[in-house]
Design a protein around this ligand. Structure first.
Ligand code: ZN
Length: 562
């Protein structure tokens, strides 16, 4: 296999692809030969997989350099045309669901495939193609706007990810200044961002109404492929967080404020954990990659094989550069059956966190690469994040390679952050439920709702910044724009990762076995069934949040370096 940079890209012929796909659908619909139908199903996945591979190559290269005009156009091509492929996928789904061999096909490919197809059917109609296209455009507009940020600070011109390091600076004035500079950028563009979001809410609500839903909430859940829980389940989870986790998060920040000697603890102090500085990783990129290889070889045989594939074929792009999209992600190329990891290293502990996180996703994708039903390669997103967030914990024994004498500091901060993240994630979720229930609200009303929810779940967050006081923090949370209702997935998975932390402390062999089984199972089961595969408790059941977080609080109390 080649390196990623040599993967060939060619814009697919849309009409030809559609024809090929339709031919397979025709066989599925009309053939009286079960084996022929099965073959046509797998052929369909191969053809659509190739289209997906080209779309993914274009999107990865575009995210690495958003100023590249060629891939900018290619990205636009896919934004415009992916909905037409969705239309064909819808025909394919119908052909399977209404197939005369339905029973035999369920036996051959598993019941879960049909549940997924049903939920996909309920989340798409050719009628909403214009809205889907508009949605794609709006999301691209938002991410371009954010990637275009050029913030003058510290005598440099920086993008938003590069500003992250200043939020951990020892000097309070620097932290405050960095926060001001970041939010000045957002404030300058706030009317544009408000307009993008307002249009997104409208366009999504229109889709929902056209398809007969009361509002976007049920449709949003279905578009995320959720087959076995609803907004009421999610509410029981948020309620547990409010009752059982927010008090622990509050204590963590109180301890932090004391540790860094600040009485009027503000939002810009939240990034500094120790007066002699946070634990930052040692070494350059090459060193980190060498240690990553060593770590995964020592962790297990299967993770060793995996890391060699990732590094030898350069299925990574890790350093922050101008013009590069923010954040980190993992994706995969179906034609090659390999994942790809994208990140924005900036020299902070986040680099190692992102590395182990995204490599967790990649490890799962690699472990389940051989499913011929490509739908089974990745599970729904809340399950995906279990692989990544738990991998962050499974790699703890190797953190001294990256942090040397500051390893204990890193672990404390990592665990504390994983807890304090949850109330924020839950706030983002509650906010979106408010937004799509009250879809006629104005941007100003939305901001008030955000600030109220923020105060409920993050009572310790105090601003020195009028713009943030007015309820604007959420506009930097790209998920709210790109994929409504996605964000709660991180917190559900965090709860599961906390459960793995607890299990790993009790019995490493068993915890890793459960984890690897989960990774291998990919997306061939629903979220709640995957939890059973991994012997994890259901976070929607009252008591699960408390079960997972109480041992962590104990560890934090015992391991704080004052
Ligand atoms: Zn992730």
């Amino acid at each position: 296999m080649k390196e990623f940079k040599d993967f060939e890209y060619k814009r697919p012929d849309l009409e030809a692809t559609k024809e090929e796909l339709k031919k397979e659908i025709e066989i599925i619909n009309t053939s009286d030969d079960l084996e022929e139908v099965k073959k046509a199903i797998l052929a369909f996945y191969k053809i659509s997989g190739h289209f997906d591979t080209m779309a993914t190559i274009a999107s990865v290269r575009h995210s690495i350099d958003t100023t590249d005009e060629f891939y900018d156009q290619e990205e636009e091509f896919f934004n415009e045309n992916s909905p037409y492929i969705e239309e064909i996928l819808d025909m394919f789904n119908t052909a399977l669901i209404e197939n005369k061999f339905e029973k035999e096909l369920k036996e051959a490919f598993g019941e879960h495939l049909f549940k997924m197809l049903k939920v996909q059917k309920e989340s798409f109609s050719p009628e909403i193609i214009p809205e889907l296209q508009e949605e794609n455009k709006l999301v691209t507009k938002y991410s371009k706007l954010i990637a275009s940020a050029k913030i003058e600070f510290d005598g440099k011109v920086l993008n938003i990810p590069q500003m992250g390091v200043y939020m951990e600076n020892l000097d309070r004035d620097v932290r405050r200044g960095a926060e001001t500079a970041i939010w000045k950028f957002y404030q300058e563009h706030v009317s544009e961002i408000d307009e993008i979001y307002d249009n997104l809410v409208k366009v999504r609500t229109n889709m929902a109404k056209k398809m007969g839903y009361e509002n976007y909430i049920p449709l949003g859940y279905k578009r995320l492929g959720r087959t076995d829980y609803d907004d009421k389940d999610v509410k029981t989870y948020r309620d547990q967080v409010y009752r059982d986790l927010v008090p622990i998060a509050t204590k963590i920040y109180e301890a932090q404020a004391k540790r860094i000697g600040i009485k009027d603890f503000k939002s810009y102090d939240m990034g500094l954990n120790y007066l002699d500085g946070n634990a930052n990783p040692v070494g350059d990129l090459q060193y980190k990659l060498d240690m990553t290889r060593k770590m995964y070889h020592e962790l297990s045989k299967e993770s060793g094989e995996f890391v060699d594939v990732m590094l030898d074929h350069k299925l990574i792009d890790l350093e922050a550069k101008p013009g590069k999209e923010g954040g980190g992600y993992c994706t995969g190329f179906l034609d090659y059956k390999v994942p790809f990891v994208f990140a924005n290293f900036n020299g902070t502990a986040d680099d190692v966190g992102t590395l182990t996180h995204e490599f967790g996703h990649a490890f799962q994708a690699y472990s389940s690469r051989n499913f011929e039903i490509t739908e089974y390669m990745w599970p729904t997103l809340e399950a995906c994040e279990i692989h990544s967030m738990s991998m962050e914990f499974f790699t703890w024994p190797w953190m001294d390679l990256f942090f040397k004498d500051k390893t204990k500091k890193y672990k404390y901060t990592h665990l504390a952050d994983s807890i304090t993240f949850v109330p924020y994630g839950v706030a983002v979720d509650e906010f979106q439920h408010w937004v799509y229930e009250n879809y006629e609200a104005t941007p100003a009303e939305r901001k008030k709702a955000w600030r109220d929810i923020e105060k409920k779940y993050l009572p310790y967050k105090k601003y020195d910044n009028q713009f943030l006081e007015e309820g604007n923090y959420w506009i930097r949370q790209s998920h709210i724009f790109s994929t409504a209702f996605y964000y709660i997935d991180y917190t559900l998975a965090q709860n599961c990762a906390h459960q793995f932390w607890v299990k790993n402390a009790e019995d490493h062999e068993k915890a890793w076995r459960d984890y690897y089984n989960l990774c291998k199972t990919g997306g061939s089961k629903s979220f709640l069934d995957l939890l059973k595969v991994a012997n994890l408790k259901n976070p929607f059941v009252d008591g699960t949040v408390k079960y997972a977080v109480a041992p962590l609080q104990k560890w934090l109390d015992e391991n704080e370096i004052k």
